[in-house]
Write a protein that binds this ligand. Structure first.
Ligand code: C2O
Ligand code: CU
Ligand code: CU
Length: 497
């Protein structure tokens, strides 16, 4: 069976019902929640405390959902830090279960990476000193607990880390947080009939990854709205869905992308839409110098608008069925914001130089590891993370097995393919450049620094250099970022020595 096609059809249909007909997805526009910021760019005096704990949170249904929060009731703070700093974290686990906290996108050694080997028992505090060596970029942190990443992240163990550097702090770009510079965490959720957030682990959840029917922005049900000053507005966007690819577009026309996962693009890239996998980050600029209003739209289906099926469904259900308004900006003509114009050149970014590569490694993501996924889901509590339902190169993730060994400082080409479905592939401890994605050149907005690449038909190839150590006791991970696939075994481990 063509799983990808089936997933797409289900997703499109569920989406039409959920977004248009659900009692929880009212047409009312809620205020955009501004995630509290911890701004450390001016200096760090104390250790930075992150407290992971159970909480309740109202997403807008009127009911108190059971969540996890980091220093708050759902998700974590936005940490704003500067290149050159070392961040002295105290991560305290109070969730009642073992957890970990991984710094996704950071160029840091394996022993502070927060992957499955750096477990924090309930009641314990993990105190890594995390050096920030890379340039300006939007990164994030989330649970990476072996076998429990999907459920813990879904409940709220995720947050944002914005890295600034001298260039980004002096760049001609909007940068007043919460005024013309916003962080958006996009997620899909399901709610039960009482309005509480729900999550059911079934064979189908493992197969397709979790698919919610309601779009959430910064912990609030979309659409959300915000009044902004006249000027350019910057949105720093994370797809924090467990499994959903999202298609982002603007009501007014093409969208201007200025940065991807690992930092600024060489030049601003205009695109009709951005096709964004779980784990990916993009920064965009919206021109609110003259427009009275503009909206960020999010398409829920997989790759809609692309190709035959997307066009067909668009025609059958109409544009609105699979696409919902995430955020509406309204210009306040009485306030003047960032008055500069759209930037052209952003960063020095040479074309990727494949001649530096000394080795090619190949990975095949395997959906069928031979286990019955429905049985696996039913017995998940006893599996302890050692699932064999999926794998990479024929082997499910094993905490005690190192799959690849890389030499520190080496440049390599990693090529990834799949047996079925589309998967977002992620590598720890680095940023890479995409040479090809699903057999073709990536769109302009994905040609800068990345740590995520889409994989479906054909090969996806990335050029990557590993500069930091990850020894046997603290290896890096590479994995599918559909969190249920990761938990189900679609992950491997590598050392850098
Ligand atoms: Cu965002 Cu290995 O994770
Ligand atoms: Cu990561
Ligand atoms: Cu996958």
């Amino acid at each position: 069976m063509d799983m990808n096609r089936r997933g797409f059809l289900l997703g499109g249909a569920a989406c039409g019902v959920g977004l248009a007909g659900s009692g929880f997805a009212q047409a009312t526009t809620r205020p955009l929640p501004i995630i509290p910021i911890t701004d450390l760019t001016g200096g760090i005096e104390n250790r930075v405390a992150l407290s992971l704990a159970p909480a309740t949170h109202d997403f807008g249904t009127g009911a108190a959902s059971n969540t996890f929060g980091i220093n708050q009731s759902y998700l974590g703070p936005v940490l704003r830090v500067k290149q050159g700093q070392t961040l002295p974290f105290d991560v305290t686990n109070g969730i009642g279960d073992v957890t970990t906290l991984h710094w996704h996108g950071l160029h840091i050694p394996g022993d502070v990476d927060g992957g499955p080997h750096q477990e924090i028992e309930n009641g314990q505090t993990w105190s890594p000193d995390v050096p920030i060596v890379q340039h300006a970029s939007m990164n994030w942190f989330h649970s990476h607990t072996h076998g429990k990443t999907a459920q813990q992240t879904y409940k709220g163990l995720a947050g944002i880390m914005l890295i600034e550097d001298d260039a980004s702090l002096s760049a001609d770009l909007p940068k007043t947080y919460g005024v013309d510079d916003f962080t958006l965490v996009l997620q899909d959720k399901s709610f039960d009939t009482t309005g509480k957030m729900s999550y059911a682990l079934t064979g189908e959840t493992f197969m397709d990854g979790f698919m919610g029917d309601t779009l959430i922005v910064n912990g609030a049900i979309a659409p959300v709205g915000r009044s902004v000053p006249s000027g350019l507005v910057r949105l720093r966007i994370l797809n924090a869905c467990n499994a959903r690819f999202l298609t982002l577009s603007l009501a007014s026309g093409p969208i201007t992308v200025i940065a991807s996962d690992g930092g600024f693009l060489g030049a601003a890239a205009q695109s009709d839409s951005i096709f964004m996998s779980p784990g990916e980050r993009y920064e965009v600029l919206i021109d609110m110098r003259n427009a009275e209003t503009d909206s960020l739209m999010v398409g829920f289906g997989e790759g809609e608008g692309d190709g035959f099926l997307g066009g067909l469904l668009g025609g059958l259900f109409g544009e609105g069925a699979a696409t919902t308004t995430a955020l509406t900006l309204t210009r306040d003509p009485a306030t003047t914001g960032f008055t500069g114009s759209m930037p052209q050149a952003l960063a020095n970014l040479a074309a990727p130089d494949t001649s530096a590569a000394t080795r090619i490694r190949s990975f095949e993501l395997n959906m069928d590891g031979g286990e019955d996924l429905a049985v696996l889901a039913a017995n998940w509590g006893n599996v302890c993370g050692n699932a064999g339902g999926m794998g990479i190169n024929g082997q499910p993730m094993n905490m005690d097995r190192i799959d690849e060994r890389v030499q520190v400082g080496d440049t390599e080409i990693w090529r990834i393919t799949v047996d079925e479905q589309r998967h977002p592939f992620h590598i720890h401890g680095c940023s890479f450049r995409i040479l090809s994605q699903e057999g073709t050149a990536p769109p302009a907005y994905a040609q800068g620094w990345k740590d995520m690449v889409h994989v479906q038909d054909g090969w996806s190839e990335v050029l990557v250099r590993f500069d930091y150590a990850a020894p046997d006791h603290a290896p890096y991970m590479y994995h599918c970022h559909i969190l249920e696939h990761e938990d189900c075994g679609m992950m491997g481990q590598f050392t850098v020595t």
